[in-house]
Ligand binder design. Structure first.
Ligand SMILES: Nc1ncnc2c1ncn2[C@@H]1O[C@H](COP(=O)(O)OP(=O)(O)OP(=O)(O)O)[C@@H](O)[C@H]1O
Ligand SMILES: [Mg+2]
Length: 409
């Protein structure tokens, strides 16, 4: 069996509320990530991004990783794992440090980053990412790499993401029970954004929304870097629940009907299409039109998009995202969702699928795998010994600054 190191393999593990996915990526000599293995298992031990059952989550991870290993013909030792949930908090912070020897040195940047991360956070939270937004040297703003610049005062503006210590510990526990090491915990929406956003969008200003089963994760980018993150507890599971309640049908059937026939706008439902809906207990099945189904689905997506719009206004980013909105995640796949989102946001909206990766088409073409693929892309950037090609010609420091902007700090 080929050993992991010899083939430059990385493993991404997305423990979602609906599904637990492990993907194996092989980094080619040119630095490209090729997805060579995928394993998936239904996730029953998670609720809104949080581990609520260690045993079930561990089993799901084990199965997903085993299947991915089998497909890729390898043995995983460590994994890049996504983390999300309503316990995630984020804030922007600034640090200031003197430039000691006339021009900015690596030591000065270390000092200013330490100053920026020295913030009071609640005792039950830990810092997950400190991502530089820009450096300022003697009032000159918008600097990405300050090393060597002349000045006396260095400032760093950073985005800090924190998460619950116990939520992180539970994930560690589940992963380690499977005999795996955690390479790093990565914010799921940060990972999804690596997989779906284009550099132009990140520069111009864009809001990425990963609509999963339990949560909708938001990340706003502008000027090439992350500016704002938020997690909303509304996603696909509520849509399924609405269908289940409205049509008095068990949740598994509601889910099946949603995925097979659901549309988010009545215009997308051919009026005369009829669906058979199984009743609860021994009640006989009933027939419904797709139009009626669309009328149940639409209000929940509408509610979600209105919440997001409100969140963008509240955080003052709404007017600054000229690049519009990118929707990804399993629940973004429903026909009509992009059009409904455009109506509500009054901004251009597109569906985000993973890009910049090769390999298994069912992974690289589906919005449901954006987080998993993003974890691989993140892993490639943060393990320069694996990603040999992209770092060629780049000094250690330039590489490190690049890692910072990706949140690998
Ligand atoms: N074709 C489809 N149309 C509409 N919804 C879909 C479709 N396929 C999957 N979904 C929904 O997508 C959701 C799962 O999305 P995803 O796989 O991104 O979630 P997850 O990553 O497990 O959850 P989370 O990110 O919230 O922890 C489920 O609610 C499912 O019903
Ligand atoms: Mg997800």
């Amino acid at each position: 069996m080929a050993r992991r190191e010899e083939r430059n393999l990385l493993v991404g593990l997305d423990i979602g509320t609906s599904k637990c996915v492990a993907v194996v990526g092989q980094v080619t000599p040119e630095g490209q990530v090729e997805v060579v293995g995928r394993g998936e298992h239904v996730s029953r031990g998670m609720n809104r991004g949080d581990v609520v059952n260690i045993e079930l989550t561990t089993q799901a991870i084990k199965r997903a990783v085993e299947n991915a290993e089998h497909m890729a013909n390898c043995r995983a030792q460590s994994v890049f794992v996504g983390i999300s949930g309503t316990h995630i908090r984020s804030l922007n912070s600034t640090g200031v440090a003197p430039v000691r020897a006339g021009s900015v040195s690596e030591r000065d940047v270390d000092s200013v980053m330490d100053a920026a991360r020295a913030i009071a956070i609640p005792a039950d939270q830990k810092i997950l990412h400190v991502i530089p937004q820009e450096f300022v040297v003697d009032g000159r703003e918008g600097i990405h790499d300050p090393i060597g610049m002349h000045g006396v005062r260095l400032e760093a503006k950073v985005h800090i993401v924190t998460g619950s210590i116990s939520a992180a510990q539970n994930i560690h526990k589940c992963v380690e029970s499977c005999g795996l090491k955690v390479d790093k915990l990565i914010l799921q929406h940060l990972a999804s954004s690596y997989a779906t956003l284009l550099p132009d969008e990140r520069d111009l200003g864009v809001c990425m929304v990963d609509i999963g089963g339990g949560t909708s994760d938001i990340a706003v980018f502008k000027g090439g870097t992350i500016r704002h993150t938020a997690v909303l507890p509304i996603a696909g599971n509520q849509v399924t629940n609405d269908i289940s309640v409205a049509f008095r049908t068990p949740a598994p059937y509601a889910e099946e009907i949603k995925v097979k026939y659901g549309v988010a706008l009545p215009e997308f439902a051919a009026g005369d299409d009829e669906i058979e809906v199984k009743g609860v207990g021994d009640q006989p099945p009933r027939r419904l039109s797709r139009l009626t189904l669309a009328e149940v689905i639409k209000p929940r997506y509408e509610e979600l998009f209105r919440f997001i719009r409100k969140e963008l206004h509240r955080s003052d980013w709404y007017d600054l995202i000229a690049g519009g909105v990118v929707l990804t995640g399993g629940s973004a796949q429903m026909p009509g969702v992009v059009e409904l989102a455009e109506e509500i946001f009054e901004l251009p909206v597109r569906l985000g699928t993973p890009h910049n990766v090769d390999g298994l088409k069912d992974v690289t073409r589906s919005p449901a795998y954006s987080t998993a693929v993003g974890l691989l892309l993140y892993g490639r950037s943060s393990k320069p010994q694996i990603a040999k090609a992209p770092t060629q010609g780049m000094g250690y420091w330039a590489q490190r600054v690049g890692d910072w902007f990706r949140g690998s700090f």
